[in-house]
Design a protein around this ligand. Structure first.
Ligand code: ZN
Length: 151
């Protein structure tokens, strides 16, 4: 059965609809653009709803990838299945504690030129002077220079 999902990314104010087939396994599933019910001010100059969807999707994917690049650069572990199971019964492992602090400290925003800005604020994770250029270099290497800036 073809299903429609409405998606509101955390990287802008747009709201998009795409369709997918629930008969296709998760790892082979394809999302097909359907409509752009809400186009935020940052994306209103884009010529077509499909181009807008692709821009919004690209920005959200970049944000998620930069999240992981920053996590890895700062040696924050990825919680294992055992860490998640443990957390579900209220026992927070050191890896989960570290990951959660990172999630709370990392901030993302897109500027008017749609360049991603990333910073870490609080939770003991404010970037030190040597960490900032190191993280910027890791992001530039992984995603290309000028796509995301460490503030
Ligand atoms: Zn938008």
């Amino acid at each position: 059965m073809i299903r429609t999902t409405r998606w509101s990314p955390d990287s802008c104010g747009c709201s998009m609809e795409y369709t997918w087939d629930d008969a296709v396994p998760d790892n082979a599933r394809i999302h097909t653009f359907k409509a752009a019910p809400v186009i935020c001010p940052a994306h209103q100059a884009i010529a077509t709803p499909l181009a807008c969807y692709n821009a919004v999707l690209g920005e959200n994917v970049l944000k998620n990838r930069v999240f992981d690049t920053a996590r890895a650069a700062l040696n924050v572990p990825i919680p294992t299945q055992a860490d998640w199971v443990s957390a579900s019964i209220g026992v927070i492992t050191p890896a989960m504690e570290s990951f959660r602090r990172f999630e709370r400290a990392v901030r993302f925003s897109y500027d008017a030129q749609r360049i991603l800005h990333v910073s870490l604020v609080g939770f003991g994770l404010d970037l030190t002077p040597p960490q900032k250029p190191a993280l910027q270099a890791a992001i530039d290497t992984a995603h290309g220079a000028g796509k995301a800036l460490v503030d």
